[in-house]
Design a protein around this ligand. Structure first.
Ligand code: SAM
Length: 263
């Protein structure tokens, strides 16, 4: 068993069918599956679409899957033996489905959500991480990843999955999340927005006034206070009180005062 690859295989076909159903597949969907493993989801998806790309890091599992789909004469399934985090996708995908390797679940989400043109992503991941993704301002779980997810998508936790549905049994509970793309296009705003959000949550105990003053030394406290006044944000708040839209508006304001090559 290769624990370093987060290999807890789903063994419950009802759950697998439920996950695929949520993606609402149609024949022309170009589907990406990350970490197909022994193929419980792959085998359900493959008869439904013309094009399925599955990227799996484990060579032995890839050999098994290639053999399986070859013997079934499924020509629409492309099994790629690669580390997804280092893989450069050459084609557009419109739906993404995965029972994520939990050890790198957050990194995979950060890679897939900014991809262009996908419409729906359905993933299973550790319940605790799912809670961070859907957390709202004021929640103890609210932080960088919650805002990252809101920036790119609408997201809902659909249902939880018990450890007993996997082999080997993991020590954590799982949740299935559906992401719907918001199709953001403001590429230059992205960079500054995420720099600010990451910065303020790295020093999350400081007030938002102090953390923004540390973010950009050229911005004097008086000016930052004026910005907060205009935005009607209390400068004594900690960052976990600010909504996604507060951060967007704050980024827009800060952008007016800092030179472009800082972006
Ligand atoms: N989809 C299968 C299932 O539901 O039973 C397997 C899920 S298992 C939780 C995660 C899978 O991702 C494993 O097959 C593992 O080998 C694969 N994996 C882990 N890290 C990966 C990476 N960086 N790139 C691609 N696949 C990876």
């Amino acid at each position: 068993m290769r624990q370093r690859y987060g290999q807890n295989f789903l063994i419950d076909n009802n759950i697998a069918n439920k996950i695929v159903k949520v993606a609402d597949l149609s024949e022309n969907d170009n589907v990406l599956e990350i970490g197909p493993g022994k193929g419980i989801l792959t085998k359900i998806i493959s008869p439904l679409v013309n094009n399925l790309t599955a990227i799996e890091i484990d060579k032995k599992l890839c050999e098994y899957l290639r053999f399986y789909f070859l013997t079934k004469n499924f020509k629409n399934v492309n099994i790629i033996n690669f580390d997804f985090l280092n893989y450069v996708l050459s084609t557009d995908v419109c739906k993404i489905i995965s029972n994520l390797p939990y050890n790198i679940g957050t990194s995979i989400i950060q890679k897939i959500l900014p991809l262009k043109n996908w419409s729906i992503s359905v993933v299973m991941l550790q319940k605790e991480i799912a809670q961070k993704m859907i957390a709202k301002p004021g929640d103890k779980n609210y932080g960088y990843i919650s805002i990252f997810v809101s920036y790119y998508s609408h997201c809902n936790v659909l249902f939880d999955v018990s450890p007993k549905s996997f082999y080997p049994i993991p020590s954590v509970n799982s949740s299935v999340i559906k992401f719907t793309n918001k199709f953001k296009q403001k590429a230059d705003l992205d960079i500054l927005f995420f720099k600010i959000v990451k910065h303020v949550f790295n020093i999350r105990r400081k007030t938002i006034l102090n953390s923004i003053s540390l973010f950009e030394k050229k911005l004097k406290k008086e000016l930052i206070l004026q910005i907060f006044k205009r935005l009607q944000i209390d400068p004594s708040f900690r960052p976990n009180k600010l909504t996604f839209f507060d951060f967007l508006r704050l980024t827009d304001e800060i952008k007016k005062y800092i030179i472009r090559d800082k972006l």
